[in-house]
Design a protein around this ligand. Structure first.
Ligand SMILES: [Zn+2]
Length: 407
């Protein structure tokens, strides 16, 4: 008999795959399912291959990317009878090595039939997260020691908020706005106040006062100062009201009023300084990009809320290709055969791709030791790499982006 209860239990409220569906390959492309079926029928599904992941070019002329999503890749291959080598999560990678050869960021060794269904989810785990982490790292490199917060989850499906916030944080941002994102990275969520609070309360001063009254002392007092009046008028109003308790004023000026946002920032800075409010920082948000963060930073902004630009970062088009079959060279046209290792000089970011068994040379620039970048991640289905905490990965990213001299 038709059961409403069963229907309700099967029903999914939101359009997203769950852990089990991802692990089992339900999100894969059907041609892999067909391939597996054919190989199995012909008794060829146990043929061992090496498949590597590379990218032909990076979006928007980026010269490097930040690898993100590796912890999830480890979880995806856990229990699958394969060996996976990967660059550690948070590593700067290039599409090509210093001599122009395509650079693998990861390879998988094992019976093809055992992992072919996982190609699609594996790529999905790293392509999007690495795009988000790279844009975050680029913004953070521009902002330097100034604070950048991730505000972009509202523009993406809520199911991926943890991934987006984690990737933004790993890329070097200082905080994230979502509760679940903050939980994922082990911090507290960051945020200020929405226009809605001021509009509902009907008066900006009442809203700022209520914020100060109700919020615990560890929440920074950041007043939004562009709801009804001019930014410099409201900024001074907020500073007069909260005095030394005021950490920052946030300018979220709408495009129709912007004119020159940098000039507005300068004006607000001037008016605050003049009245002895040098301690009040200027926090800007609303449609920020690499260019505007640079410009507003030069104008005196000290904190940035970056939204869609980061959450909607271009995906990095990683692809997986078989390069060896049963130990024999086998790459298709356009790809390089054989299992490889990427050797890097950590001081100069010089990379050399070599056949896996070959020892790395000295750095051609500084003569220093080069280190192998592809390290064991999964061995016979067991995760063998350390999976560092997001805060440690973020530190690794910040160290690299501080020392790499170009964008
Ligand atoms: Zn070197």
């Amino acid at each position: 008999m038709f059961s409403i209860k069963a229907m309700v239990e099967d029903m999914r409220l939101f359009h997203c795959a769950n852990d089990e569906e991802i692990k089992s390959g339900k999100t894969t492309d059907v041609y892999f399912v067909r391939t597996k079926q054919i190989l199995k029928a012909k008794g060829m599904d146990k043929i061992r291959v090496t498949a590597e992941v590379t990218v032909g070019s990076l979006p928007e002329n980026w010269r490097w990317g930040i690898l993100c999503g590796i912890e999830e890749v480890a979880r995806l291959f856990e229990g699958c009878p394969v060996n996976v080598y990967s660059m550690p999560e948070g590593t700067i990678f290039f599409s090509h090595d210093s001599a122009g050869f395509r650079e693998p960021i990861l390879f998988i060794d094992g019976p093809y039939g055992s992992f072919c269904l996982l190609e699609t989810p594996m790529l999905g785990l790293i392509c999007q997260a690495s795009g988000v982490a790279t844009r975050s790292a680029r913004i953070k490199k521009i902002a330097g020691d100034k604070i950048v917060l991730a505000f972009g989850i509202r523009r993406m499906h809520p199911a991926i908020a943890p991934m987006l916030d984690r990737a933004s944080y790993i890329g070097g941002l200082d905080g994230v706005s979502s509760l679940i994102g903050a939980e994922t990275i082990g911090t507290k969520p960051s945020g200020t106040m929405p226009h809605a609070l001021i509009i509902v309360m009907g008066d900006q001063r009442e809203a700022w006062k209520a914020f100060d009254e109700i919020m615990p002392p560890d929440v920074p007092r950041v007043c939004l100062v562009d709801t009804y009046l001019d930014e410099k008028v409201e900024a001074v109003m907020a500073a007069d009201l909260l005095k030394e308790k005021l950490t920052a004023v946030r300018l979220d000026t709408p495009p129709s009023r912007k004119g020159s946002f940098a000039e507005i920032v300068r004006e607000v800075r001037w008016e605050l300084d003049l009245r002895g409010y040098k301690h009040v920082k200027i926090f800007v948000s609303g449609g920020l990009t690499e260019e505007s963060v640079k410009e507003l930073s030069e104008a005196g902004a000290e904190a940035f809320g970056v939204g869609t630009y980061i959450s909607n970062a271009p995906t990095i088009d990683f692809a997986m290709d078989i390069v060896e079959v049963e130990g024999k060279y086998a790459a298709k046209r356009g790809k390089l055969s054989g299992k490889k290792q990427v050797w890097r000089c950590p001081s100069c970011f010089q990379d050399i791709v070599l056949p896996f068994s070959q020892q790395g040379p000295k750095c051609s620039k500084c003569g220093g030791e080069m280190v192998p970048m592809l390290k064991p991640l999964v061995k016979d289905g067991k995760i063998v790499a350390d999976l560092p905490k997001p805060s440690e990965i973020r530190k690794y990213v910040l160290d690299q982006i501080r020392s790499i001299p170009y964008m």
